[in-house]
Design a protein around this ligand. Sequence first.
Ligand code: ASP
Ligand code: MG
Length: 420
Amino acid sequence: MRIYKFGGASVSTLERINQVKDILKNEQQEELLIVISAMGKTTNALEKVAEQFFSGNQKEALALFQQVKDQHLDTAKYLLVTHYLACENDLINFFTEVEWLLHDKPVRDFDYYYDQIVCVGELLSTCIVSAFLNESGVANTWVDVRDILRTDDRFRDANIDWSFTRQQVDKVLRPLFLATKLVITQGFIGATDENESTTLGREGSDYTAAVFANMLDASHLSIWKDVEGVMNADPKKYPGAQLIPTLNYTEVIEMAYYGAQVIHPKTIKPLQNKSIPLYVKCFLDPQLPGTVIHNKPIAHLPPIIVMKDSQVLLQLKSKDFSFIGEQEVGQLYHLFEKLSFRPNLTQNGAISFTCCLDDRPEKIEALALGATDYFDVTVEKGLQLLTVRHYHQDVVNSLVGGRKVVLLQQTPETMQMVVR
Ligand code: ASP
Ligand code: MG
């Protein structure tokens, strides 16, 4: 058993959906679960529908939803001939579910409505792709993941009920592979025990794929992206970015911690627990080797660079020149926790405490205000945080250039600098 996950970018155009078909055409000998995201930017579009609905702008919500409907119907029309009517029928059923809701007035929390509306993106995309593959001779079975993946009712950030989901995997999912070797389902969404739809947090499809890899004891998980694989830096920000052919789970978790947007951080644990290798592959050119992530130590890694812009440096000095001890630091961390605001870097001195944070103005203000009870506070904005793992001095020098380093922290593996 293997798992393939295709993200929104891999099903965003007709051409790309065709590429997915070409990849899957050659993959029908072994059981394969295919997890797919919503097409392109559909999730963002549905978020807007939810926002308009919740603000009482029913007309705008319906108009925005109409655009999502039209896009999907158009895509289905272009891709399908013999399977069009059946697929259209399925799509209309999903549209109707959302439209019923949009005709009501909101009486529950925003997050509840968000999930009921946003979940449709994955349902629509998988319906179309499944019908297209079947029509193209790539036999597959479509399944509504909400009949399998059970969660609690923490809408927009739902937690998976592992034991119930495992049972459903055996009862509902496994038998489907008897009919066709390929089974298609949705990432990112699930349902509560009351059949309310839930979502697992933005970009959650990677996580869904990893959960199923774990429960189905998959031999590997492949995540298909529009990039060559995992790079040692964001190529948009760093022209010298290069592919990293092999990584391990620990390094990926570290990279995610420092802010690299590689793979949803929750994805790693379910794979690590069963030593299931993760391949990051490029659907634009399946011949490329991509990146493999596994459990084994890796001797030589290139410098891995993470650049975070729009950083804020907060400097706190004790008012009476007394040392900043455990009590003061405790109070600060209490504030971080209260605001759900994690500093990216902290440094403690005798009479000062410095931290680097993302520029989220309301939180910065609340933090600075809360800290003025005990400290003199200064705030500097517009900085960059550079993190280099496995650093060499020449790489660090070229990254800093002529700029001024205002804070530096260094361990044998990782160097972090806040630069002005
Ligand atoms: N469609 C969802 C999102 O855009 C989930 C995913 O793509 O992983 O966040
Ligand atoms: Mg996505």
